[in-house]
Write a protein that binds this ligand. Structure first.
Ligand code: SF4
Length: 372
């Protein structure tokens, strides 16, 4: 590859172009380099080798059946206590009614995540999945993070395997990737002390994959973690993916700066810039060579940066969402939802091919310039 400004990138570029895996130390160089054009070209090379110009999105709705949670993660602006202003806690019928009121034909994915509700029994979650499958049979249910599965396992006094098996039998199609935050113990202790441990998170996903439930993985970055801790996070995901092959996408989530104790503690320090976001996506695309997709989540990146991210390794910009709440309660200034046409246009105007997918990354339709 010609035009490399940072000599440390020369051997790394040779490896990447040969399809070889980069090491932890090389991953750190990728984070540290100021040679952004080379980093971008390498990430883009990997994305085009895997998917050409195709860029995926899904017609999805985001639902949180409750924001009541006892866990107290310090980065979270979503959690409420019983009776607190702004708290909600819906029965199964209310969740179904909420979706029906916003339903648009062709919905492919119902994405459910919520707080850890201390009183709802496990049966409630099984009933919820069944009701969603019965009322919206054309949509797939992508529901509950590993942290929530861990919570269900505690309230039901069942091992992960039985919890996941029961949810799968009720109709669960896939799992989102949340709750991973940063795996390193030093960080986890400060931002998510009472949440599932890193080992627990990985074990839930390992178990889901063994049961044939595909999942995704996230990383919450841009707060108190070091670059080594970000890479350690990716390293653990890469190893599990080598073992199971069950991850579909990796989604870096930029820390949102409003309405949570961690943001107050950090003041105006520590929030990501566009360059951080793009670098992080590019490093992920190169480092996680065994992940099919890197997602540029437009709701935290902004639609404009998501568009740019398509040159930095991203092959998926998530979905229509319709009424996203979690990152918006933490101050994300982006729209709460976009139409399919808007998502397709974002992709087309970045010179890529918009491919509508379902929750399992099966192609639904390729959009062309006229339709968008
Ligand atoms: S991130 Fe999730 S588990 Fe943590 S406090 Fe917020 S709702 Fe609860």
């Amino acid at each position: 590859m010609k035009g490399i400004q940072d000599p440390r990138l020369v051997p790394i570029a040779e490896k990447v172009l040969a399809g070889e895996r980069v090491s932890f130390e090389e991953g750190l160089v990728l984070y540290q380099t100021q040679d952004l054009p080379t980093l971008m070209r390498l990430a883009n090379w990997v994305r085009e080798r895997k998917h050409g110009h195709k860029t995926y999105f899904v017609h999805s709705i985001r639902v949180s059946q409750t924001n009541i949670c006892y866990v107290g993660c310090t980065f979270c602006a979503f959690q409420r206590r019983f009776g607190e202003e702004g708290a909600w806690d819906w029965d199964v019928e209310e969740v179904v009614a909420w979706i029906k009121a916003r339903y648009q034909p062709g919905l492919k994915e119902i994405h459910l995540t919520a707080g850890h509700h201390p009183k709802r029994p496990f049966q409630y979650y099984l009933d919820l999945v069944r009701a969603l499958k019965a009322n919206f049979p054309e949509a797939q249910v992508k529901a509950w993070t590993a942290a929530e599965i861990h919570h269900f396992s505690k309230i039901a006094r069942l091992p992960y395997r039985e919890v996941l098996q029961a949810l799968k039998e009720a109709g669960l199609d896939a799992m989102p990737g949340g709750g991973a935050e940063i795996f390193a113990e030093r960080v986890r202790k400060r931002i998510a002390r009472a949440k599932v441990s890193a080992e627990g998170w990985l074990e839930v996903h390992r178990t889901a994959h063994a049961l044939g439930l595909p999942t995704n993985a996230t990383m919450l970055y841009g707060h108190i973690e070091t670059l080594e801790e970000r890479l350690d996070h990716m390293e653990r995901l890469r190893r599990l993916q080598d073992e199971t092959g069950g991850f579909m996408s990796f989604i870096p989530l930029a820390f949102q700066p409003d309405g949570n104790p961690l943001a107050r503690e950090l003041g105006k320090k520590g929030f990501t810039t566009g360059v951080d976001d793009l670098k992080n996506l590019a490093v992920a695309r190169i480092y996680l060579d065994n992940f099919p997709h890197i997602k540029g989540y437009w709701a935290t990146l902004t639609p404009e940066l998501a568009q740019v991210s398509l040159d930095w390794g991203v092959t998926d910009i998530d979905g229509t969402l319709i009424e996203e709440r979690i990152v918006h309660m933490a101050g994300s200034p982006t729209p709460k939802g976009l139409t399919k046409g808007e998502l397709a246009r974002i992709i087309l105007r970045a010179g890529r091919i918009p491919v509508e997918r379902d929750a399992l990354y099966r192609e639904v339709r390729v959009w062309d310039a006229v339709e968008a």
